[in-house]
Design a protein around this ligand. Structure first.
Ligand code: FBP
Length: 312
C-alpha cells in the first residue's frame, strides 16, 4: 500500500515503522516506496540548487559527466569507424580504462558486449535510433523498452528528440511515455535534443540551441545532450534555459585535439555538466591518453595547456 503524500517542500515516505518526513526543496519525479526514494538520492543541481534526479549521481564524478557515445554505427553507419573501432569491445576498453562515467550503446550492442568488467562503467541504453538513409523529416522510433534496458543493467536511458521535425507531436508523445516508465524504474532520462527537419534552417543558431535546452526541461528530461556552437555567452543562456535539467554537449565530427580540449574546458567552466562524446575520442590516434586528458579537464578543472603533456 502506498499513498501519494507529498508536496513541493516535503516528502513523506512510508518506512517499516510508519511515516517519515524528509525536508527537501526541488521537484519530485513521482511517488515511490521509501527504498526507491533513498536510492534515488538528493543531489546538487547543476547550478547549486537542490534537485532530485533518479540515480543521477552514479553517472557523475565530482558532479560532472563524461560519457562515451557509441551509437554512431546505427546513426551514421560503419564509415565512422576503422578496423579497430568497429569492434564494440575496443570502445568498451576505452570507456573503462579512460575513466568515463558511462558508456552509451544501442541495445543490440549492449546485450552482446556489456558483460564482465565492463559493468564497472555505468550503461546508458539508447531507446530509439534511426539510420541516415531516409531523406525525410526525421523521426526516431522507440526500438527498446525501458524494461529491456533494465535487464541489461542500464543506469539510465537515452532518447533522441528531433525538435522542429514534422513528426514532433509523435516524438514528444513517445518521449513523455518513456520519461514516465523510466522514472517508475528510478532511471534518469537523457534526451538528445537535435533540431532537424525542413523547417529548421540553422540547427546551430543560438536561439535554436537554447530552445532545445528548454524543450528538454519542459518535457521532463533529467539531462539534455546538445550541440555546442562555440558561442560561450550563448551557452550560459542555454544553461539558464535548461534550468534544473543537466546539460552535456556532443562532440561532432573529429577536430584537432587542442580545439576539442578548449571547447570542453569552456563548456565545463561555464557551468555545463559535462560531455557525451564519441568520434573525437575513438577516432583519435591515442584514445586512451586523450581520455585521461579529458578527465583532468572535466573532473579536476585543469586547463588544456596543462594536460597536453598527457598526449605525448
Ligand atoms: P559525436 O560526439 O561523435 O558527435 O556523437 C554524439 C552523437 O549524439 C551520437 O550519440 C549520435 O550517434 C550522433 O552524435 C548523431 O549525430 P548526428 O545526428 O548529428 O549526425
Amino acid at each position: 500500500m502506498f499513498n501519494k503524500a507529498m508536496d513541493y517542500k516535503n516528502i513523506f515516505v512510508i518506512t517499516t515503522t510508519g511515516w517519515s518526513r524528509c525536508w527537501f526543496t526541488g521537484t519530485i519525479v513521482g511517488e515511490k516506496p521509501c527504498t526507491t526514494l533513498i536510492n534515488a538520492g538528493l543531489s546538487g543541481g547543476p547550478r547549486g540548487e537542490r534537485v532530485t534526479i533518479p540515480r543521477m549521481s552514479r553517472l557523475l564524478r565530482n558532479g560532472k559527466a563524461m560519457f562515451l557515445a557509441c551509437d554512431q554505427g546505427l546513426e551514421h553507419g560503419p564509415s565512422d569507424f576503422n578496423e579497430k573501432s568497429i569492434d564494440p569491445q575496443h570502445i568498451l576498453d576505452i570507456a573503462l580504462e579512460g575513466g568515463f562515467t558511462a558508456v552509451i550503446l544501442q541495445p543490440g550492442v549492449a546485450e552482446k558486449y556489456y558483460h564482465g568488467a565492463y559493468k564497472e562503467v555505468p550503461l546508458i541504453v539508447k531507446l530509439n535510433g534511426k539510420t541516415r538513409l531516409p531523406k525525410i523529416d526525421p523521426i526516431s522510433r522507440q526500438t527498446c523498452s525501458v524494461e529491456r534496458a533494465v535487464k541489461m543493467g542500464a543506469s539510465a536511458v537515452g532518447y533522441t528528440i528531433f525538435d522542429g521535425s514534422r513528426a514532433e507531436p509523435e516524438i514528444f508523445q513517445e518521449f513523455g511515455r518513456i520519461v514516465e516508465e523510466a522514472h517508475d524504474h528510478g532511471l534518469p532520462v537523457i534526451a538528445w535534443v537535435y533540431p532537424r527537419g525542413q523547417d529548421v534552417k540553422d540547427d546551430l543558431a543560438n536561439d535554436i540551441i537554447a530552445y532545445s535546452a528548454r524543450i528538454g526541461l519542459e518535457l521532463g528530461a533529467d539531462m539534455v545532450k546538445l550541440k555546442y556552437n562555440g558561442d560561450l555567452e550563448n551557452f550560459k543562456w542555454v544553461l539558464k534555459c535548461a534550468g534544473r535539467t543537466k546539460v552535456v554537449i556532443s562532440g561532432g565530427s573529429k577536430k584537432p585535439r587542442e580545439e576539442f580540449l578548449k571547447e570542453v574546458y569552456d563548456v565545463v567552466h561555464a557551468g555545463g555538466d559535462g560531455l557525451a562524446v564519441g568520434r573525437n575520442v575513438w577516432q583519435d590516434e591515442r584514445p586512451f591518453s586523450l581520455s585521461k586528458a579529458l578527465g583532468e579537464i572535466v573532473y579536476r578543472g585543469k586547463r588544456p595547456e596543462d594536460v597536453l603533456h598527457l598526449l605525448n
